[in-house]
Ligand binder design. Structure first.
Ligand code: AMP
Ligand code: TRP
Length: 349
């Protein structure tokens, strides 16, 4: 039996390479890791793919969120994506809770996925911590909702970081089992789009830790809303080591903080590591950091300004998200109908 499912229709009569779905959590502040590791890639993928970009508020509440902060962060993520160049006119940018089909398909997948599969999910173990009995049931079935996010659009490609690969594998298992159980190729098996090397941005305080919104020290990350002064200060204070800047890639071995700053420089300038090392040869760390500040400000500054403008006009953000939800609902509603029919639910007349 073929499990490829049906291919998505062309966008504006132009055949695309496939359909992308990706999601981001509206929790905490957006930072350079989110930008270089996720958002910037999405902007690049828009050229070739029909894209659905999702802000996953349903996923966010698997851990308790302050309601006012959740609303603020949801708009901030939307603003950050638009300011970074996500085109909400030719793609769909929307909020998960505005498209009920996600939660509805997730229920069906709760009945397809096996408990044994969920028990293997490492993110649940990490997030639930020691007191697993006290974790929300939502956190446990989180991967089923993520599978629904993807498959409710019959997405063919999913850009994910390393940490989400296991969830994408589960999505493929769910799609395959659904297709097998009902003898019908309803869902495609979505492929991961793994981003290139150097895209893991590390903490500015500890080169062994990922830059993260949950780090208690704000000095560990460059937020997308940081102004020049904040960026300069954080980079000045960024941890380095007593050795001079390296001349070769091999000399970066065992120097995670220096490697991180050089990786950031490379990612922001679209240069290779040897090109960066040639650029900065002979500089002291302090001069290198000032140069990196200028580069970071030149990339983040305009994004920051546009984000501030949008955040001052929440009605405008809400309008964009509402248009995105209309588009998404039109596609997701049809797929949900097909699923309900396939499993034998009575049509509503
Ligand atoms: P999160 O902030 O963990 O919800 O992640 C949102 C997106 O940003 C995901 O695609 C992550 O893989 C990506 N991301 C988060 N932190 C980093 C980081 N330090 N480096 C690279 N990508 C990141
Ligand atoms: N679980 C993803 C994360 O924590 C976010 C997410 C939810 C997602 N639904 C998705 C990512 C669908 C890709 C596709 O980063």
């Amino acid at each position: 039996m073929s499990t490829s499912g049906s291919t998505p229709p062309p966008r504006n009569n132009v055949q695309t390479a496939g359909r992308i779905l990706s999601g981001i959590q509206p929790t905490g502040n957006l930072h350079l890791g989110n930008y270089l590791g996720a958002i910037r890639n999405w902007v690049g993928l828009q050229k070739d793919y029909e894209c659905f970009f999702l802000i996953v508020d349903l996923h966010a509440i698997t851990l308790w969120q302050d309601p006012a902060e959740l609303r603020r962060a949801t708009r901030e993520v939307a603003a950050g994506m638009i300011a970074s160049g996500v085109d909400p006119v030719n793609n769909a940018l929307f909020v998960q809770s505005h498209v009920p089909a996600h939660a509805e398909l997730a229920w069906v997948f709760n009945c397809v996925a096996r408990i044994g599969w969920l028990n293997r999910m490492t993110q649940f173990k990490d997030k639930a911590g020691k007191n697993r009995e006290n974790a929300s049931a939502g956190l446990y079935v989180y991967p089923n909702l993520m599978a629904a996010d993807i498959l409710v659009y019959k997405a063919t490609h999913v850009p994910v970081g390393e940490d989400q690969k296991q969830h994408l594998e589960l999505t493929r298992d769910i799609a395959q089992k659904f297709n097998n159980d009902y003898g019908k190729a309803v869902f495609p098996l979505p492929e991961p789009v793994i981003r290139g090397p150097g895209m893991r941005v590390m903490s500015l305080r500890d080169g062994a830790k990922k830059m993260s919104k949950s780090d208690e020290s704000d000095y560990s990350r460059l937020n997308m809303t940081d102004d020049r002064d904040a960026i300069a200060l954080k980079l000045q204070k960024a941890k380095t080591d007593p050795l001079p800047l390296p001349a070769t890639e091999a000399e970066l071995e065992g120097r995670p903080e220096a490697a991180n700053l050089i990786n950031i420089y490379a990612a922001l300038t679209d240069k290779t590591i040897p090109e960066v090392l040639a650029d900065i040869s002979g500089l002291q760390f302090s001069a290198f950091k000032s140069r990196l500040t200028d580069i970071a400000v030149s990339v983040l500054g305009p994004i920051n300004a546009e984000m501030q403008r949008l955040m001052n006009d929440p009605a405008e953000i809400d309008k964009v998200l509402s248009r995105g939800a209309d588009k998404a609902n039109a596609v997701a509603g049809e797929v949900l109908k097909e699923v309900y029919d396939t499993v034998g639910f009575l049509p509503r007349r």
